[in-house]
Design a protein around this ligand. Structure first.
Ligand code: HEC
Length: 122
């Protein structure tokens, strides 16, 4: 009996399917690892947000970088790095009328932590 010429193709196909299966298992494993890492980070951020004194300012400014730039030196909004902490708390509390800088974005201890951190930048 002669070898069927299609057999090598079937072998390659079977190998390919096996590979895809293996890679998706690998991917699922990685996803769990990544999720676990992020879970830890999320926990730390929450602690920072609820801890009252000055903690977490660095994480909390993630709410500002969309408009003020990654290093807070200006984007759509102006540069705020290095501004007076009191002024920043004031702006956070009262907002700037007629601008996207709305009041109450962050309040209380969070606002103070953010302000302290931002004013420590250059
Ligand atoms: C939706 C976009 C947006 C977000 C988010 C945002 N800002 Fe602003 N911010 C602005 C804009 C625009 C201005 C300028 C407003 C104006 O002067 O008309 C501004 C102005 C300010 C000012 C006044 C700057 C000065 O020179 O007096 C401070 C302080 C400030 N933002 C702090 C923050 C902080 C802290 C956060 C994060 C908690 C934040 N902003 C998030 C858009 C934003």
């Amino acid at each position: 009996m002669k070898n069927n010429p299609i057999i090598p193709y079937i072998l390659i196909m079977a190998f390919g399917i096996g590979l895809i299966f293996f890679m998706s298992l690998e991917g699922a494993g990685n996803k769990e690892e990544i999720a676990a890492e992020h879970g830890e980070e999320g926990g730390a951020t929450e602690e920072g947000a609820t801890a009252s004194e000055g903690a977490g300012g660095e994480e909390l400014v993630s709410a500002c970088i969309g408009c003020h730039g990654g290093d807070l030196t200006g984007g759509m909004g102006p540069k705020i790095a290095g501004l007076d902490a009191e002024h920043i708390v004031d702006v956070l509390t009262n907002g700037i009328e007629g601008s996207p800088m709305t009041p109450g974005l962050r309040t209380g201890a969070e606002a103070e932590a953010i302000a302290e951190y931002i004013s420590s930048l250059e």
